[in-house]
Design a protein around this ligand. Structure first.
Ligand SMILES: [Zn+2]
Length: 289
């Protein structure tokens, strides 16, 4: 966006000056940078996408090009994603379109094939622990800490957002719900309302997928480090077949969750399925037997 790349910092070009001015609240107000994101919604609808595309086609106002950024691009509905194809194939002159997502596999293949993929590396667990320690948040419980590290997926910005979330006390309660088998139905967990909100649903999906990965890891190496505390014996109490079926189900529901599905029913169904899976027993002879 810079008009004179390499200019001294204390003498910004008019374009860079706009970015400098918008720093305090973190959101650049550059007239040539357009954002599209789900905001408070679970998905990005076709109407907003069409508006975004038509605005993107205008000539640059301050700089020499326009940049359109679609955050959480995996939340585009199928129709919204399809409405982008033409623009991706043949973008307006002087326009750069950037799709941001942590779930690239959830983008339509037709979108992926028209885009250049650039991966950003995530921070290691050690680096994230250091950032967490330096955040001055000393009052975290062990469970809260583990979950915040797990849910932040190696992204420092996400870590800070989770620390500031009013839902923070609920994060640390997720592992218990997932690793201890419930004896009675329906669930006597008061976490259900939280898990049924978009934020909580996404936490549940992340926690479940991470736990499934941990179970694979523990099977290969019982000493493996896990993202959340896994009680002894849990690995053997889950059948391999059930575990894979369940993993597919989690991914399927996550993909559906961008539409207006009944999330609280989905959460109850997922937790109940998982509860059953927890007692499915191993279908292969145990190595230690
Ligand atoms: Zn500049």
């Amino acid at each position: 966006m810079c008009l004179h790349p390499g200019h001294p910092e204390n003498n910004p070009c008019p374009s860079c000056a706009i970015f400098d001015k918008s720093l305090p609240d973190g959101n650049p107000r550059h007239p040539d940078v357009l954002f599209l994101s789900p905001g408070e919604e679970t998905h990005i609808a076709i109407d907003e996408t069409r508006r975004f595309i038509s605005e993107l086609a205008n000539a640059p106002l301050a700089g020499i090009r326009r940049v359109g950024i679609i955050d959480d691009a995996h939340t585009l509905t199928e129709n919204a994603a399809n409405s982008l194809l033409k623009t991706l194939e043949d973008p307006p002159e002087k326009t750069v379109l950037i799709l941001v997502t942590h779930l690239p596999q959830s983008l339509l293949p037709t979108i992926r094939s028209r885009a250049l993929s650039i991966s950003f590396s995530t921070r290691s667990r050690e680096e994230m622990e250091k950032i967490l320690d330096e955040s001055g948040e000393g009052r975290l419980s062990r469970e809260e800490r583990d979950m915040i590290l797990l849910l932040s997926r190696g992204a420092p910005g996400q870590l800070r957002a989770l620390l500031e979330s009013p839902q923070r006390p609920n994060f640390g309660r997720i592992p218990r719900v997932l690793t201890v088998r419930q004896k009675t139905a329906p669930f006597d967990t008061d976490l259900l309302p939280f898990l049924s909100e978009p934020e909580g649903f996404s936490c549940l999906g992340d926690a479940l997928e991470s736990l499934l990965l941990d179970l694979y890891r523990l099977e290969a190496c019982p000493e493996a480090r896990t993202s959340m505390p896994v009680p002894p014996g849990l690995v053997d109490s889950v059948s391999h077949l059930k575990r894979e079926e369940f993993h597919d189900r989690v991914q399927e529901l996550r993909a559906l969750a961008i539409y207006n599905i009944n999330r609280s029913m989905a959460v109850e169904e997922l937790l109940w399925d998982w509860n059953e899976t927890l007692a499915s027993g191993n279908d292969e002879p145990s190595k230690t037997a």
